[in-house]
Write a protein that binds this ligand. Sequence first.
Ligand code: PEP
Length: 223
Amino acid sequence: MKKIWIIANWKSNKNITEALTWISEVGPHLRPREDIQIVVCPGFTELEEVHKSVLTGNFPIMVGSQDLSPFPPGAYTGEESAQELVGLVQLAILGHSERRLNFAETDEMIAQKVKQADKAGITPLVCVQSTQTPVPDGCRLVAFEPIEAIGSGQPDTPKDAEEVATSLKERYGPDLTVLYGGSVESRNVGSFIKQPDISGVLIGGASLDAREFVKIVKIVYED
Ligand code: PEP
């Protein structure tokens, strides 16, 4: 049985109050399931409060970050090292196309981030934009996110996403877990998770709305 990941990427959207409201609206609808992993990735400033409220509510939610530093702890002003995030997050989204585009992240920097995450015991989730994007050593969880599908309301077809997932697994090994991201919402999530080589979804816009996110989770529960 494959495990399905449902990952919310809030990007730079919610403040602490909004983040806590979301947790209080989503958490009570979730039940622990061995075959489903729900992850929420707030901004750095909300991480601690979100972490606390997940623990207090005993909700089956993993907390992740949207990035981390390619450097170890030290003199790197403004960066959040993996070591600083230990205890707050269990996963880090790395190499999102918005970071590659707006912050000039290179494949080499992303490979360094994966190393730092691994060293700290944080699971790296690397976003790949095509079959040509390298998957760094040490990364076993990727999200295929075609740039044109992100935030556009125009998702890739499940068939194309499945072909990419299959080819990534052929190249990097059958134990590579491949997710799909790009305009996923409640009306299309079922068609992606049905694909044999797609093990879940990374959701931006649609994850911001608690009711829509719960709707997505319930569709996956019932699948
Ligand atoms: C994303 O940012 O990872 C993403 C998939 O965004 P959206 O769901 O809004 O397309």
